[in-house]
Design a protein around this ligand. Structure first.
Ligand SMILES: [Cu+2]
Length: 190
């Protein structure tokens, strides 16, 4: 990981392009904070698949509840719970079933297109999780106050996308310069 960061730094110095941060806060249409909103930039460089991603099952919860992966990433779904779960998901308007599987075993799934994966368990209706599949290296999850930072964004024109688990979304054109960009983003009701 350290090598990768260094390599990127050297490249941006060599081309003279100064990367900057895009930061701000997400507010929902209701005025509530956009806690755990997924924030990402489209229209820039494409991303590589992540080497490793996991959505765990423990204490009848998916952990993490919300995650972001890049296109082509294979996600592991281990069951580390004391009970069986029957996990299924909606992805690109299709349903896929991981089936019923016991503690200690795992299933995996590769996500090869951008889009939202909504995961559920047919045994425990209270279980739910979301995976956002993106094709950009610029993505993050806002904190509990809705605050977010996208680090080292290459200057250019992008579409800022925000998704919140309430279903509220926002999409707006932004221009990133070699100065930091500060945004207040208000999502719209679905
Ligand atoms: Cu379950």
């Amino acid at each position: 990981m350290k090598t990768l960061t260094l390599a990127i730094a050297v490249v941006s110095l060599a081309t003279g392009a100064k990367a900057s941060d895009v930061l701000g806060r997400v507010q929902l249409a209701s005025g509530r904070t956009g806690a755990n909103a997924v924030v990402y930039l489209e229209g820039g460089p494409k991303s590589a698949p992540l080497l490793h991603s996991v959505v765990d099952q423990r204490n009848r919860e998916f952990i993490p509840h919300i995650s972001v992966v890049t296109v082509g990433t294979t996600v592991d779904f281990p069951n580390n719970d004391t009970v069986f779960h029957n996990v299924f998901a909606e992805y690109k308007a299709k349903r896929f079933d991981l089936g019923m599987y016991p503690r200690g075993s795992r299933k995996r799934q590769t996500f090869d297109k951008p889009g939202l994966v909504a995961m559920m368990c047919s045994v425990h209706s209270e279980m739910g999780a979301f995976i956002m599949v993106v094709d950009t290296p610029y993505y993050t999850i806002a904190d509990r106050e809705g605050k977010f930072t996208l680090n080292n964004v290459k200057p250019g024109n992008y579409t800022l996308k925000v998704w919140h688990e309430s279903g509220q979304v926002e999409s707006e054109a932004i221009t990133v310069t070699d100065q930091n960009t500060v945004l207040e983003v208000r999502t719209a009701r679905p």
